[in-house]
Design a protein around this ligand. Structure first.
Ligand SMILES: Nc1ncnc2c1ncn2[C@@H]1O[C@H](COP(=O)(O)OP(=O)(O)O)[C@@H](O)[C@H]1O
Ligand SMILES: [Mg+2]
Length: 310
C-alpha cells in the first residue's frame, strides 16, 4: 500500500529525513515512532503530497506521490498534526464542505457524511459549532474529515497529542476499529501507543530508520542481549569477581542494599542465560540469595537503546 524508496528531505541546512525506505502492506496498522524532531511529520507530509522530497520516491497503492498525485491522494485519508478546522462551521456542515472539496457529488456527500458521523461518534454534536467542541471531539472531526472520501489508507500524525487519558483511550479504540477495514500509518512519540494498537513499528530518530519490526520481535531481540538481576548477601567485591568469571558474563555492576544485601546487574552475551550458574555459585559459597530474574525488555528499552545519543 505504501512503498517508500530512499526518501530524503533537506530544509535550508538541515536534513530532516535521510534516505529512508520502508513499506506498509495492505491491512497493516503501522506505528511510526520517534522522539520530537525525528522527522515523522516531514515524512508523512511527503507521503501525502504536501511537501516535495529533496530526493527519493514513494508510491501509494502503486501511484507515484508526485507524478500521479491526484490518484495517490484519493487513496489517502490524512489527519495532520494540528487539524486545521473551521471554527465557525458546524460539524456536519464542515464535513459536507470537505467532502465536496474532495470531489464527492451530492448523493455521495450526504451518504458519506452520515456514515463518518456515525463511525466517529459525532452524531450527538453534528449541529454544534466546531469552536465549542472539546479537543477530543475536534480530533474526531479531523478523523471524520480524513475518512469522508472513503480512502483505503489512513495517515494520522500524532492523533492523540494533547488529549486527556480518557480521550486518548477513545481515539485509540477508534483507530483500532478503523484498522479492521483500513491500512493505517500512525505517528506518535508515545511508546505505549504503538504497543497497544500496532502490528508493526517503524522507529525513526534523527531522520533515519533505526528499526522496523513487530513490537514482540523488537522486544525479544533486546531480550537476547540479556541482563540479569540478582540479590545476594555476600561481600560485594568477592561476589562480583566470582560472577564476573562465569562463562558468557560480560559485565557485573553491584549496588549496595540494606542489611548486607547487594544487588548485582549482570550483562551476558546475546542468547545466553547465566541464571542457573549464578544460583549454583551462590549455593556453592553459601550466599543467601533472595531474588534472581532476567530483565524482560519492553518496547521502551528498545526505543532508548536505539535512540540514545551516546
Ligand atoms: N519547514 C521547516 N524548515 C526547517 N526545518 C524544519 C521544518 N520543518 C521541520 N523542520 C526540522 O526538521 C526536523 C524534523 O521535524 P518533524 O518532521 O516535524 O519531526 P517530528 O514530526 O518527528 O517531531 C526537526 O529538526 C525540525 O526542526
Ligand atoms: Mg511531528
Amino acid at each position: 500500500m505504501i512503498e517508500v524508496h530512499q526518501l530524503t528531505k533537506r530544509y535550508a541546512r538541515h536534513e530532516a529525513v535521510r534516505d529512508i525506505s520502508f513499506s506498509v502492506a495492505r491491512g497493516e496498522i503501522v506505528g511510526f515512532l520517534g522522539p520530537n524532531g525525528a522527522g515523522k511529520t516531514t515524512t508523512l507530509r511527503m507521503l501525502t503530497g504536501y511537501l516535495p522530497p529533496t530526493s527519493g520516491s514513494a508510491r501509494i497503492a502503486g501511484f507515484d506521490i508526485f507524478r500521479q498525485s491526484i490518484q495517490a491522494r484519493s487513496k489517502i485519508g490524512y489527519m495532520p498534526e494540528n487539524v486545521p478546522l473551521y471554527e465557525d462551521m458546524r460539524v456536519r456542515e464542515y464535513l459536507k464542505f470537505r467532502a465536496q472539496l474532495k470531489g464527492l457529488g451530492g448523493g455521495d456527500t450526504r451518504r458519506r457524511v452520515g456514515e463518518v458521523l456515525e463511525t466517529c461518534g459525532l452524531e450527538s454534536v453534528k449541529r454544534k459549532m466546531i469552536k465549542t467542541l472539546s479537543k477530543g471531539y475536534r480530533q474526531r472531526v479531523g478523523l471524520a474529515d480524513a475518512l469522508v472520501h472513503d480512502p483505503e489508507l489512513l495517515i494520522l500524525d500524532e492523533p492523540t497529542n494533547g488529549l486527556d487519558p480518557n480521550q486518548i483511550r477513545q481515539i485509540r479504540e477508534l483507530i483500532r476499529q478503523l484498522g479492521q477495514s483500513h491500512t493505517v500509518l500512525v505517528s506518535t512519540h508515545i511508546l505505549h501507543e504503538v504497543e497497544m494498537t500496532c502490528n508493526r513499528v517503524i522507529i525513526i530518530d534523527n531522520g533515519r530508520i533505526k528499526a522496523a519490526d513487530t513490537p514482540a520481535n523488537l522486544t525479544s531481540r533486546m531480550r537476547a542481549a540479556g541482563r540479569i538481576q540478582v540479590e545476594i548477601q555476600a561481600d560485594a567485591e568477592v561476589a562480583a569477581g566470582a560472577i564476573g568469571r562465569l562463562e558468557h558474563v560480560k559485565k557485573v555492576s553491584p549496588e549496595a542494599l540494606d542489611g548486607g544485601w547487594t544487588r548485582f546487574t549482570v550483562w551476558v552475551d546475546s542468547g545466553t542465560d547465566a541464571r542457573e550458574r549464578i544460583s549454583k555459585l551462590a549455593a556453592q559459597f553459601g550466599w543467601p540469595l533472595r531474588s534472581l530474574f532476567r530483565h524482560v525488555a519492553t518496547l521502551e528499552d528498545v526505543f532508548v537503546e536505539l535512540t540514545r545519543k551516546d
